[in-house]
Design a protein around this ligand. Sequence first.
Ligand SMILES: Cc1cc2nc3c(=O)[nH]c(=O)nc-3n(C[C@H](O)[C@H](O)[C@H](O)COP(=O)(O)O)c2cc1C
Length: 180
Amino acid sequence: MTNRKMIYEADEMFPNRWSPRKFADKKVDKEDLLKMVEAARWAPSSFNAQPYYFYCGFSEEGRSRVFDSLVEANQKWAKDVPVLMYLVAEKLLKRNGKENKYARFDAGAAWVSLALQANKLGLVTHAMAGFIHEKAYEVTGLSPDEFDIVAAIAVAYPEEEPTETPTPRKKTTDELIQFH
Ligand SMILES: Cc1cc2nc3c(=O)[nH]c(=O)nc-3n(C[C@H](O)[C@H](O)[C@H](O)COP(=O)(O)O)c2cc1C
């Protein structure tokens, strides 16, 4: 991927993860989804609370309910995506019922683990902020007081012959760190 060259030598799995909008017409195995969530389970979290889970639109009906909550621009490219999830963060700590200020941070860490594991299984993912939150709460039956629906996530197999160009990066590595 010519526009995803690294400046410093990190592992290739990082630039190799990207968010396609075109996919193969192929079902995703439940076992592979469980392996992806297993990776997410090992993400670090504040108080080891694991304040996240994946609401997985897996059956035709489940998937189409999540699909209906996506904004039109995302529905255009996600129309044939076989699995559509929500990343859900639990707002309250089980240990004391107080707000968990790190719930979204931890959910984000879990999502990256899931995305990288997906790639290892030959799958691709694409996160979306573009969904209608009220609809997502209706679909899941979750209370917005207790749960944040952080993002929708598409899971699919990539196109056999890629026709898209992945994004480059806007910042250099040196712009992302300040040594003091
Ligand atoms: C939280 C989050 C929300 C995003 N929302 C959308 C979205 O609604 N629609 C979309 O097409 N891409 C969305 N993206 C994908 C980003 O545009 C993409 O990750 C970014 O351009 C970097 O490209 P890459 O993932 O291919 O490396 C989102 C990504 C993240 C992490």
